[in-house]
Design a binder for this molecule. Structure first.
Ligand code: UD1
Length: 316
């Protein structure tokens, strides 16, 4: 049994990591500001020690790392457009808080910190798929902030010997992703629109592509990164390895729920990347990673969950 701190553990990805860690018999502490996370995402995990706090406060970071073997640093304010609107708030959550947790982890002698990086760091690359040795080209404050924190991780490994691994996530989706804001992930927004019989909005022409990754794949990749002997100091893509346009995504989701709802089209978003697809050969080599759940199966699980969650919400 090991002891894990999941920052942002009441959020979408963090709550899935916590669930799997508890299932494997580990001790889990979660710290979450509940700015975007939700306490009820952990209702099914009474074993988890929950601390409400903001890691941008260094005293919070120092307190929560005590007695911890591994830190899974998921806490962030996500969303490209949100960061375009308000770069200062997201900078504080995505950079200041990350530096605080790195310092605290270093001082507490944590074995390894695994950081939630982002595919957005690549920006628009001249070729696909995107490999970790390609130059980065952030197109939004969010992308830049995620890149800065990943470089801080690498620096802490070089300078202080703290083991860190950055996993660059590619458009993660799945149950518990919150559809409640215009900044939510596109699959959660499409899913609720289809299930409520509304038209979803597509920004731009819908021909932009993404390597949508079901959350179980990310959980597997991150937990492998805690143990993999040669992963320290590395940046590693974790994704499905394919790509699909938003127009095709909507057709696929319509097919799954047996509907034929079309989108309304709006202007493209500032800071949006055109195409995103991961090369996952480094994850295969360093982590022994292989995607467990392909896109369509993941979409089915997600749509099923959205349906049952809507029923549960109606009953609350
Ligand atoms: C980006 C990152 C991703 C990161 C996420 C955090 C890239 C390639 N990906 O996701 O790794 O985890 O930020 O928030 O940079 N869209 C619509 N209609 C909607 C909502 C979105 O058409 O209602 C479009 C967006 O304009 C975009 C695509 O769908 O082209 C995906 O958007 P979203 O789900 O917000 O994620 P990214 O910004 O791609």
């Amino acid at each position: 049994m090991a002891s894990y701190l999941v920052t942002g553990g009441a959020g979408f990805i963090g709550s899935h990591l916590s669930t799997e860690l508890v299932r494997r018999g580990h001790r889990v502490r979660v710290v979450d500001s509940l700015i975007t996370g939700k306490r009820r995402n952990l209702d099914h995990l009474p074993q988890v020690e929950f601390v409400q706090g903001d890691l941008a406060d260094a005293a919070v970071a120092t307190a929560v790392v005590q007695g911890v073997d591994y830190v899974l640093h998921q806490a962030a304010i996500p969303s490209v457009p949100r960061s375009v609107q308000d770069p200062i708030t997201s900078n504080r959550a995505n950079i200041d808080a990350s530096l605080n947790i790195l310092v605290a982890a270093r001082d507490a002698g944590v074995k390894r910190l695994v950081y939630a990086g982002s595919s957005s760091a690549y920006g628009d690359t001249p070729t696909l798929p995107k490999r970790e040795d390609m130059p980065t080209n952030p197109l939004s404050p969010y992308a830049l902030q995620k890149l800065v924190a990943e470089q801080y991780c690498q620096l802490f490994t070089r300078l202080y010997g703290l083991e860190t691994v950055t996993i660059r996530y590619f458009n993660v989706f799945g149950p518990r992703q919150d559809p409640g804001s215009p900044y939510s992930g596109v699959i959660s927004l499409f899913a609720t629109a289809l299930l409520e019989g509304r038209q979803p909005v597509i920004y731009g022409d819908g021909e932009q592509t993404r390597d949508f990754t079901y959350v179980a794949n990310v959980v597997d990749g991150v937990l492998r990164a805690c143990e993999a002997p040669t992963a320290s100091g590395e940046v590693i893509n974790v994704a499905t390895g394919g790509r699909i346009s938003l127009n095709e995504l909507l057709r696929t989701m319509n097919r799954i729920v047996n509907s034929s709802i079309t989108a309304t089209y709006a202007d493209g978003r500032a800071g949006d990347v055109r195409d995103s697809q991961a090369d996952i050969s480094k994850a295969r080599a360093v982590l022994g990673y292989e995607p467990l759940v392909q896109l369509e199966e993941g979409l089915r699980h997600t749509l099923e969950w959205c349906r049952s969650d809507a029923t549960a919400a109606a009953a609350r």
